[in-house]
Design a protein around this ligand. Structure first.
Ligand code: SAM
Ligand code: SF4
Ligand code: SF4
Length: 375
């Protein structure tokens, strides 16, 4: 318990200082490594009804765990105001996440507010959400009606016993598959399926998952198990490198690489080659290799925590308190100028440093939890 309180205290930091000279956003921010600001992930709750072993292990996220009180959460109005500021600096894609985002009450209202926003070119935002699908079958239609475009669903195994060992709350595979089907029927696509591969736990599910989602409209993405947060007891030898995932699938089903949709796409794309070599119809997979092939050089992603802290890297130990600026009554121009300064100062490249020096990297015990800043 003491340890948990210390972790939260270390994540606290005062409101960022307001620069003396205020500036209007140009949509062209660039950080220390010449990376623009294009994507924003917003965590709408730090709570979850799953206890995935790699994310919110029961030993830490138990009955004593102190979640944020409701007054600490950004309101939908506060989120929308910050989203507008991020968009003015070039953000074109917003992903709602958590915790489990569908647990946030009246989320459809927030989606409706965000769906009205336009990029600086006047285009609709790319608005999406990542979910464990526990409430998806029930909510898909209202999410679609509110203006959500698509969803990404997390599913780590097809074998029910394995999946239940991973989510640790006895949620069944069939219920996730049902959620995916309903989301597909209401048009929340293209749907991506995220599978975190943890060696010795679900790597025997790589092939069953590939077989199941081959020849479907769903894009299965294999994610390397990451050393995010400080509670999952991550070990390098539990990471199954993406190259190994491809090797195992190729032993049964021919694959060929596909060009990236855009520069800096996080998932490397492969498609199934049909027996006749035409490569049509069987679908594609993605490999997200944040451990073995870091993509920091193209990382244009900011994260907004449930209580309104800006994190410029998934592996950061502290965030910048934008909520304090909102609640101090700062103007849009002041908040926008602060954001510009924070992004320009950004030099994060944690995964790249880890890849280059896997054994020597000093591991901080204070890294923020993924359920708090969102995956
Ligand atoms: N609860 C929602 C879900 O699970 O889809 C959204 C939040 S969750 C933190 C977002 C994504 O992060 C999920 O796809 C999850 O599998 C992934 N994730 C969580 N911990 C991870 C870890 N240690 N390594 C790799 N991916 C992880
Ligand atoms: Fe919950 Fe998602 Fe984390 Fe699993 S990965 S514990 S579903 S937030
Ligand atoms: Fe981006 Fe940080 Fe991940 Fe690198 S480690 S890709 S900078 S979030």
């Amino acid at each position: 318990m003491a340890e948990k309180i210390i972790m939260m205290a270390q994540q606290r930091r005062g409101a960022p200082a307001i620069p003396a000279i205020l500036e209007a956003p140009t949509g062209l921010l660039s950080d220390q490594l010449a990376r623009p600001l294009h994507d924003l992930r917003i965590s709408v709750t730090d709570r979850c009804n799953f206890r995935c072993v790699y994310c919110m292990p029961k030993a830490v996220f138990d009955n004593d765990y102190q979640y944020l009180p409701h007054t600490s959460l950004l309101s939908f109005e506060e989120i929308t105001r910050l989203a507008k500021t991020f968009i003015a600096h070039g953000v074109e894609k917003i992903r709602l996440t958590g915790g489990e985002p569908l647990l946030r009450k009246n989320l459809e209202r927030l989606i409706g507010m965000l769906a009205e926003l336009k990029t600086i070119d006047g285009k609709p935002l790319d608005l999406t959400l990542t979910t464990n699908a526990s409430l998806l079958a029930r909510k898909a239609q209202s999410l679609k009606d509110a203006g959500l475009q698509r969803v990404t669903v997390s599913l780590d195994a097809l074998d029910n016993a394995t999946f239940q060992r991973m989510n640790d709350v006895d949620f069944s595979v069939d219920d996730v598959l049902k959620g995916i089907d309903v989301a597909h029927q209401v048009g929340l696509g293209p749907i991506k399926i995220n599978m975190v591969v943890k060696g010795g736990m679900n790597d025997d599910q790589i092939l069953p998952m590939a077989r199941h989602f081959r020849n479907t409209p769903f894009i299965l993405r294999f994610i390397e198990y990451m050393d995010v947060g400080a509670s999952n007891g991550w070990k390098m030898d539990e990471v199954i490198p993406s190259a190994e995932v491809v090797r195992r699938i190729q032993a049964e089903m021919a694959l060929e690489p596909v060009a990236a949709n855009y520069a800096g796409e996080t998932a490397a794309r492969w498609r199934y080659v049909d027996n006749d070599g035409a490569g049509a119809g069987a679908g594609e997979i993605g490999l997200i290799s944040s451990v073995t092939q870091a993509f920091c050089a193209n990382c244009s992603r900011a994260r907004l925590s449930t209580e309104g802290k800006l994190y410029t890297c998934l592996f950061a130990t502290s965030g910048h308190d934008l909520r304090a600026l909102l609640r101090e009554g700062r103007s849009d121009e002041e908040i926008s100028t602060v954001l510009a300064h924070l992004w320009r100062a950004r030099g994060d490249r944690y995964s790249e440093l880890r890849t280059n020096n896997t054994d020597g990297l000093p591991r901080s015990a204070n890294k923020v939890e993924m359920s708090y800043i969102g995956g």
